[in-house]
Every structure is written in structure tokens, then in C-alpha cells.
Ligand binder design. Structure first.
Ligand SMILES: Cc1ncc(COP(=O)(O)O)c(C=O)c1O
Length: 378
């Protein structure tokens, strides 16, 4: 566990670490077969037609959209939650809405403590975590504590972030783990929020939503879930996410978002509604990622490296039982750039994260290099 002191503004934010990968990227770019950049999880396949058609059809958009989202979008979101995750939200059209759109999920993650009016206390985040949980806490003047289990002493804790399937390691929280957090949050009056933006990408394990009745029971008091269309619908450029769960908490967030003008553009809301009603494109993209995962995982293992967790999500969490920068260096020698695990917290320092978001051609290039005789080349 580590603790970040409370801060007040941008000066207190953690370093933006990606610049430190530049040397490895430059070295990898010298490979005769070109760079295979697996460091950033940005989708590269085409945005499916179902989204593009709906976006274009809604192009006439002279008026302001609402922070609440259109009825079509909220209905489609509620339908998607039920169909894909087995989650039934309270009336999405009620006075206290149970689901609203967000401008992608990153802004929601970063702003949630602020939107909930939290300015004192501690936010719990996973031991190895997507950096934006910390960013959002620090921006709001809160302290951060890394832990994967509920602390014995709840003093000062004002918010809990869970992430399942997890970035960077692809770990899925079990029903028991989720139930333990739900019980702890409710016992101490602390909201528990699950970032489930990789929910549709379960491989060896099917991820369970925090809002599923087997975890949450029949009501969502004190619980929120965050979802994103970026990966499942290959639409990171649209900036399309969802917040759902406890209607009282969703309402609080929505009311502040209206004042801030945090509005998903109308044409994007139309594209989201179409995407959330269509399972075929999500399944097709999932298959694409699954095939890349199989090929890349086999090649990584063939080198003697180990893959931990990675039972779901968009990344392989790879270790050679050495400092992550040594692994970065080894891969850069093969023209491959991963993300060092230390970007995600001290406990990640002996792993690297390899993203599946590269074209089939680039994944095949990586596979070929990892399995060819030049694997020790530096
Ligand atoms: C765990 C996690 N949460 C949230 C996000 C943000 O996704 P977006 O803003 O595209 O919805 C990401 C993006 O990679 C992520 O890995």
C-alpha cells in the first residue's frame, strides 16, 4: 500500500509517464520490420457501420443535447445492461435516472470525486491501477490508498474504485470479492464504484458486474458502474461512456454535469443508442481481439516469459521476473514497445503490459519476432 498526499491542482498530479518510453520507442523503430507499438490501448480497427450510419443520420443537430441523454439512449443503455451483464437498473426515465451518458469514461473517472463533492478524505484504488483514479482523487484534494482488500479501519475513506476486468493486468474480481466490497461499502456508508469498461472482453473468466443481483442484491444503493463504448464498439474517437447504478448517486452526478456542460454530443448519443442495441458488432470485435490474444500469448510464452492474470480485458500482463524496464529493453530490441508495469503503481514494477490493440499484420510481426531465433537480440 502506498499513500499519496492530498493535493489541490495540476501541480500535484502524478508525472505523465509516457514520455519516458521515448527511448525504447526510438530503438524499436529501428527494427527493419518496423515498430510494433503495443504500449497504448487505442483501438485500430474500423468503427462499425452501425455507429457510423447512426452518427451521420443525426448530423443535423442545432440544439444543445442534455446531460441526461435522450430517451432512446437511456432505453438502449438499460437494455444493454440487462442483455449483456444481467443487470436491471431502476427506471431509466425516473426522476432520479439510473443511467446517464458520459463523454467517454475517462472524464467520469477523473471527475467523479469532484462531481460527488468529495474534498476531504481518502479514495481507495486497486494496488495496480489505471492512473486516472489517482488523478481524479488528487485533483479533488483527496488522498489515495492502494489496496485490493477492504481495510480493517474505514476511517476517512470516502470512495472506493474497483476495476474488473482490470487494466493493466486483466484480473477479474470474483463474486466473493465483489460482495465483500459491497458489504464493506454499505457498512461504512462509502460509495463503491466499479470501472467495467472491459466488461465484454472476458476470455477464461466471464466478468461479473458490481450491479448484478448475485453481487448487489436487489437494489443498487451505494453502488455505481462505469462502462465505455471505446473498446467494445471500436469508438474511442466518439467519446462515449455510461454511468449507472444507485439513482441517488447518479442524480447527484447528473445535476453537477448539467451545470458544467458535460454533454455527450447529440450525434454521438444517437450512435451510442444504435451501438448499445446491437450485439453483432461487439461479438465480431471480441473475436478479433480473442484471435490476436491467442497468437500473441502463445508467442510470449514460447520465449519463456510468463503471463499473469490476463483472463479478461485487452492486455497481456507479462513478466520475466525482472525489472519492467529490462523487459521493455528486451522487447524494444525486437521492435516491440509494451507499457512498463510501473506506470500503474509500484506493485507493477516487474511486469509489462502488451495491448491487443494492433492490426493483425502488426500482431503477426510481433509473433514472428518473438518466436524467431532473434529473440535475445538487443
Ligand atoms: C480501466 C479504464 N477505465 C477507463 C478508461 C477510459 O476509456 P474511455 O475514456 O475511452 O471510455 C480506460 C481506457 O483505456 C481504462 O483502461
Amino acid at each position: 500500500m502506498t499513500t499519496t498526499a492530498p493535493g489541490t491542482a495540476a501541480g500535484r498530479l502524478p508525472d505523465f509517464p509516457w514520455d519516458s518510453l521515448e527511448a525504447a520507442r526510438a530503438r524499436a523503430a529501428q527494427h527493419p520490420g518496423g515498430l510494433v507499438d503495443l504500449s497504448i490501448g487505442t483501438p485500430v480497427d474500423e468503427t462499425p457501420e452501425v455507429l457510423r450510419t447512426a452518427l451521420a443520420a443525426a448530423g443535423d443537430s442545432p440544439g444543445y443535447p442534455t446531460a441526461l441523454g435522450t430517451r432512446e439512449l437511456r432505453a438502449a443503455a438499460a437494455g444493454w445492461l440487462r442483455r449483456r451483464l444481467g443487470v436491471t437498473v431502476a427506471d431509466p426515465f425516473g426522476a432520479d435516472p439510473s443511467v446517464i451518458p458520459t463523454v467517454g469514461s475517462k472524464e467520469l473517472v477523473a471527475l467523479l470525486p469532484t462531481l460527488l463533492g468529495l474534498h476531504e478524505g481518502t479514495v481507495l484504488i486497486p494496488e495496480v491501477a489505471y492512473p486516472t483514479y489517482e488523478v481524479g482523487a488528487v485533483l479533488s484534494g483527496l488522498a489515495v490508498r492502494r489496496t485490493d482488500t477492504p481495510p480493517d479501519d474505514p476511517a476517512g475513506v470516502v470512495l472506493v474504485w474497483l476495476n474488473s476486468p482490470g487494466n493493466p493486468h486483466g484480473r477479474v474480481l470474483s463474486d466473493d470479492e465483489l460482495r465483500t466490497w459491497v458489504a464493506w461499502g454499505r457498512a461504512h456508508g462509502v460509495p463503491v464504484v466499479a470501472d467495467e469498461c472491459y466488461a465484454t472482453l472476458g476470455w477464461d473468466v466471464q466478468p461479473r458486474s458490481l450491479l448484478h443481483p448475485a453481487v448487489a442484491g436487489e437494489d443498487h444503493t451505494g453502488l455505481l458502474a462505469v462502462h465505455s463504448l471505446s473498446k467494445q464498439s471500436t469508438a474511442a474517437g466518439y467519446r462515449a461512456g455510461l454511468l449507472s447504478g444507485d439513482p441517488a448517486l447518479v442524480r447527484q452526478v447528473w445535476e453537477v454535469r448539467r451545470h458544467l456542460g458535460l454533454l455527450v454530443p447529440g450525434p454521438v448519443q444517437a450512435a451510442m443508442a444504435a451501438a448499445l442495441a446491437d450485439d453483432a458488432h461487439v461479438d465480431a470485435q471480441r473475436e478479433r481481439y480473442g484471435a490476436r490474444r491467442e497468437r500473441l500469448a502463445a508467442a510470449v510464452r514460447a520465449t519463456g516469459a510468463r503471463i499473469d492474470h490476463s483472463e479478461a480485458g485487452l492486455y497481456l500482463w507479462v513478466t520475466r521476473d525482472e525489472d519492467c524496464w529490462a523487459t521493455v529493453d528486451w522487447l524494444a530490441g525486437l521492435g516491440i514497445v509494451p507499457a512498463p508495469g510501473s506506470f500503474y503503481g509500484p506493485a507493477g514494477a516487474r511486469h509489462v503490459r502488451m495491448a491487443l490493440t494492433a492490426t493483425d499484420e502488426r500482431i503477426d510481426a510481433a509473433v514472428q519476432r518473438l518466436t524467431a531465433g532473434d529473440r535475445g537480440r538487443h
